[in-house]
Design a protein around this ligand. Structure first.
Ligand SMILES: C[S@@+](CC[C@H](N)C(=O)[O-])C[C@H]1O[C@@H](n2cnc3c(N)ncnc32)[C@H](O)[C@@H]1O
Length: 473
């Protein structure tokens, strides 16, 4: 079970429903299975669970198994830049606060050319011992400066107003974003963006792209030795027989989550909600079989674009077939306590509670993913109650029922250029007229002004324009 808590649009919806079919885990996979639900508000009280600590064998202690493939490779930094319209009119006498982006190679180039506003000790105050470094244009320590608090007065006799400084900023932000996105190409085809200069800072300065979760304080992966693998003969994982697959309740037959002939969700899993356990490095196949999809990474080039009325969105310029894997939802992984603090501290959060196993829990709280500031391109997927994608919880570690991945898969064929969407709350009771927790429109986060959308009337699976769930109003 997982919970999507998206403050803004998310915090106005709350519903929980059971999955239509539950699937029992194979004996090899230790974690309990649960029902699926998705809500968009603060999660229901979670029943804590107690981790069973398996007895370590000598073999386990001496284990030299390598790490699973998904590991944080880097962490982007987040900076903020306010455009003139956000900062107010850049009149010549007015004090305008500018969030100066982190000094980068490109920025240093500008500094050398003495063109860029803000590259001086005045805007990057430093300690005396750091002055030498700064004078040689090495601003390593200057990154510690709270740049958000640095106020820059628009100079009355300066020819360049704030708007004229935007151009060099875009010249820096655009290549910097390209560089940031290029790093994601290690995991699949290119991620591009189709965004005007004006809106570029909203993406480039406010968001850091990740290649894996960033585990925050109090969050841990289960030790490697807890993980288990299948023992399929000759490393040949056969559908229905591989131990990594779940067996349906009351049946010995394992449900095959993926198609064998292409890395895609099976028809059954397109319809159902159940955890998938992929083969891993501990399996006899070493994770090289068809039971390995999200670990192979993206298959499609994705484009972050300006939807015009729903902020940024995500699309692919390639045709996507039903069941295809899009990408994982990533972000900072928080303890529930930390996520509660963030929820109350800010209006903006994009939280997923990893609560698949917590219903059978006794003492542990679930982990929560926050994709607001750091994450993957799927963070820009908008809601639709007539969606073309869905989220499936996927684990690559049988010994860790607390930390797993959320994979986006296509639920129908998607033509090139179509916005990729998912239902933020698939179990929302469409008959429910009003959500008591709904926020008035004025309190919702609006990155750009969005015109009112038509209320969703279409049934699932039918094509149609973007719409808004009845409860959103
Ligand atoms: C996960 S973010 C999606 C990316 C977002 N559009 C952006 O520019 O950052 C969720 C936020 O997008 C907006 N959003 C998502 N789906 C929407 C829809 N169908 N209509 C209007 N706003 C939507 C809401 O502000 C919501 O809080």
């Amino acid at each position: 079970m997982y919970t999507f808590l998206c403050n803004g649009i998310g915090s106005i919806i709350n519903s929980t429903a059971s999955q239509s079919k539950s699937i029992e885990k194979s004996p090899q996979a230790k974690s309990p299975m649960g029902t699926f639900s998705s809500t968009l508000v603060v999660p229901d009280a979670t029943v804590p669970i107690k981790r069973k600590t398996p007895n370590k064998t000598e073999d386990d202690k001496n284990s030299t198994d390598s790490e699973p493939p998904y590991r944080p490779k880097r962490r982007s930094t987040s900076t903020q830049l306010r455009t003139p319209s956000e900062a107010g009119s850049p009149s010549s006498t007015q004090n305008v606060t500018v969030m100066v982006p982190s000094p980068s190679l490109a920025l240093n180039k500008f500094a050398k050319a003495d063109q860029f506003l803000g590259i001086s000790e005045r805007y990057f105050p430093i300690k005396s011992e750091q002055r030498t470094q700064a004078s040689s244009r090495r601003y390593y320590y200057a990154k510690n400066t709270k740049r958000g608090g640095v106020s820059i007065a628009a100079d009355s006799d300066a020819n360049d107003t704030l708007s004229s400084t935007l151009s060099p900023l875009q010249d820096i932000l655009r290549p910097s974003l390209v560089r940031d996105l290029r790093r994601l190409q290690a995991d699949g085809p290119a991620i591009t963006f189709s965004i005007t200069d004006e809106k570029l800072p909203m993406l480039a300065s406010n968001f850091g792209f990740l290649r894996d979760y960033v585990l925050k304080k109090g969050v841990e992966r289960a030790p490697n030795e807890f993980n288990a693998g299948c023992g399929c003969p000759d490393g040949n994982c056969v559908p229905g027989k591989c131990d990594c697959q779940d067996t349906e309740v009351g049946s010995d037959e394992a449900a095959a989550p993926y198609l064998q002939n292409r890395t895609a969700l099976s028809q059954e899993y397109v319809k159902e909600h159940s955890m998938i356990y992929e083969c891993n490095y501990r399996c006899s196949c070493k994770g090289n079989c068809w039971m390995n999809v999200i670990q192979r990474g993206r298959k499609f080039s994705l484009d972050i674009f300006d939807t015009g009325n729903r902020g940024f969105g995500l699309r692919s310029m390639e045709p996507i077939r039903v069941g295809d894997f899009i990408d994982c939802y990533l972000g900072e992984v928080l303890t529930q306590k930390e996520s509660d603090l963030r929820e109350t501290a800010t209006e903006e959060s994009d939280l997923f509670g990893l609560d698949w196993a917590t219903q059978e829990s006794e003492t542990r709280e679930m982990y929560v993913i926050d994709g607001q500031k750091f994450g993957s391109p799927t963070r820009f997927m908008n809601h639709s109650c007539n969606p073309n994608c869905k989220i499936v919880p996927v684990s690559i570690d049988h010994g860790d029922d607390r930390l797993y991945y959320l994979g986006f898969f296509a639920t129908r064929d998607i033509p090139p250029g179509t916005e990729l969407t998912f239902d933020y709350n698939p179990n929302w009771d469409k008959k429910q007229k009003k959500d008591e927790d709904a926020l008035p429109v004025s309190l919702r986060r609006e990155a750009v002004p969005w015109p009112a959308l038509a209320e969703c009337t279409q049934g699932e699976g039918t094509a149609g324009p973007p719409c808004i769930s009845p409860g959103f109003r």
